[in-house]
Write a protein that binds this ligand. Structure first.
Ligand code: NDP
Length: 447
């Protein structure tokens, strides 16, 4: 899609003000490319400089995180929290611990989060944070010391009505536990709603662990229904083997599909008769091992070191690892091999060239900001339960998640149709997510 001439100078300004932050530029451009027809209908957004304001975080915090390893060596990492937009509610978005983290990654994630959170229909603003800390190979004690040091600085910016982080890559239940413990100790307050993804025995919500993967699968199920189709009998690929990937595989299997491959940053597992999810959970969630160990238990499965999962023929692809993992060539190969639906569990896993291939091929393509919104939506449900001092059953919470994903799907679909491109979920998600935030910002005046 071409950038509207009124939006071009805004994008050029973003490039100039945020040098070197390529992932952030990519995320901004993708949204601005959808907004041409919106600013024609709503000139007030331009007059009030809503788009310029949305592209500038309300607050960016960068801090030193010193910690000691088990041998007594001191390490220094960098911590980030970008509080992007609070028009709809407290800043909300996960924390990522991965060596690739720098400001540009956190800003792209925080920017996407604004529109994703808006699409959920729940009262949450957008933010994101993390660190260039690498949790791989660290002992439990090292992880704890790092999390405590991280929270010792970040706590002053958080609060149930201010900023509510959650997990992301490298941050799961263990890390959330250590950070919650340190926050509680510093502020001397049991404030459950200041962090989500908590353990079930201390304020967490059932279905939060499963929510992103289940939600992405529900979204694609809705998109398949529009085409009078379903997951039944479909061969599927799910990249990654972390939180999102595992529960995407689980829900696909429940809906009658067959996942034949998953991966980690080392390589790809292909198991033609269908993945053994219990084994993957044991290897990844319990023993924290590499996915290559899968073939030790299934001699008929194949491990391809540094392999490309997208070369495997499938009908549904669910990228659930990281950003820019599907390029133009991968997308073309997927389409050529018969892929009819792509649901992004990960954030921005498809490059702009790849997105174009899927849109041109009329693939049922669910972009991350819509398809993976189930995670943050269930985080908001966790906050609701915390506020009520209540905890809901698995079935009740899953029904709520399914209803939210169906609403997001329908909102994106209807918006895409209203703007003349029915089924273009990129356009639908960007426009529907944007308008709600923009209207709130207009209502709040120049802040
Ligand atoms: P996890 O840390 O649980 O798992 C990440 C998985 O992706 C691992 O298998 C990891 O392999 C792989 N991976 C990570 N980075 C890379 C890389 N650079 N190259 C290849 N593989 C990589 O994270 P999540 O499952 O929580 O997150 C996955 C994606 O989903 C991310 O894009 C995240 O932003 C997005 N997301 C997550 C949500 C959540 O609720 N957790 C909510 C919404 C979106 P390895 O172990 O080898 O690094």
């Amino acid at each position: 899609m071409k950038l509207d001439e009124k939006l071009e100078p805004i994008y050029q300004d973003v490039l100039k003000r945020n040098p070197g932050e390529t992932e952030f530029h990519q995320a901004v451009l993708e949204v601005l490319e959808s907004l041409g027809p919106v600013v024609v209908k709503h000139p007030e957004y331009l007059e009030r400089k809503i788009i310029e304001r949305i592209c500038e975080p309300e607050r960016q915090i960068i801090f030193r995180v010193p910690w000691q390893d088990d041998k007594g060596q001191v390490h220094i990492n960098r911590g980030f929290r970008v509080e992007f937009n609070s028009a709809l509610g407290p800043y909300k978005g996960g924390l990522r611990f991965h060596p690739s983290v720098y400001l540009g990654i956190i800003k792209f994630l925080g920017f996407e989060q604004i529109f994703k959170n808006s699409l959920t229909g729940l009262p949450i603003g957008g933010g994101k944070g993390g660190s260039d800390f690498d949790p791989k190979g660290k002992s439990d004690d090292e992880i704890m010391r790092f999390c405590q040091s991280f929270m010792t600085e970040l706590y002053r910016h958080l609060g149930e009505h201010t900023d509510v982080p959650a997990g992301d890559i490298g941050v799961g239940g263990r890390e959330i536990g250590y950070m919650f413990g340190q926050y509680k100790r510093i502020v001397n307050r049991w404030e459950a709603g200041m962090l989500t993804g908590k353990g079930l025995k201390w304020g967490g919500s059932l279905v939060r662990t499963e929510a992103t993967g289940y939600g992405a699968t529900f979204f694609i199920d809705e998109a398949l229904k529009v085409r009078k189709d379903s997951f039944k009998g479909k061969t599927c690929l799910v990249s990654g083997s972390g939180n999102v990937a595992i529960y995407t595989i689980e829900k696909i299997h429940q809906l009658g599909g067959k996942c034949v491959a998953c991966s980690d940053s080392g390589g790809v597992i292909y198991h033609e008769k269908g993945l053994d999810l219990d084994l993957i959970k044991q290897l990844k969630e319990v023993e924290r091992r590499r996915i290559e160990d899968y073939v030790k238990y299934h001699k008929d499965a194949v491990y391809k070191k540094n392999g490309n999962i997208w070369e495997i023929p499938c009908q549904v692809a669910m990228p659930s690892a990281t950003q820019n993992e599907i390029n133009g060539k991968d997308a073309a190969l997927l389409v050529k091999n018969g892929c009819i639906a792509v649901g992004e569990g990960a954030n921005m896993p498809t490059t702009p060239e790849g997105v174009k291939v899927f849109l041109d091929a009329k693939t049922a393509y669910g972009p991350g900001k819509a398809a993976n919104a189930g995670g943050v939506a269930t985080s908001a449900l966790e906050m609701q339960q915390n506020a009520q001092r209540d905890s809901w059953t698995f079935e009740f919470t899953e029904q709520k998640l399914a209803a939210i994903m169906s609403n997001i799907h329908n909102l994106c679909y209807e918006t895409s149709a209203e703007y003349g491109a029915p089924g273009n979920y990129v356009l639908g998600a960007n426009i529907a997510g944007f308008i709600k935030v923009a209207d709130a910002m207009v209502a709040h005046g120049l802040v």
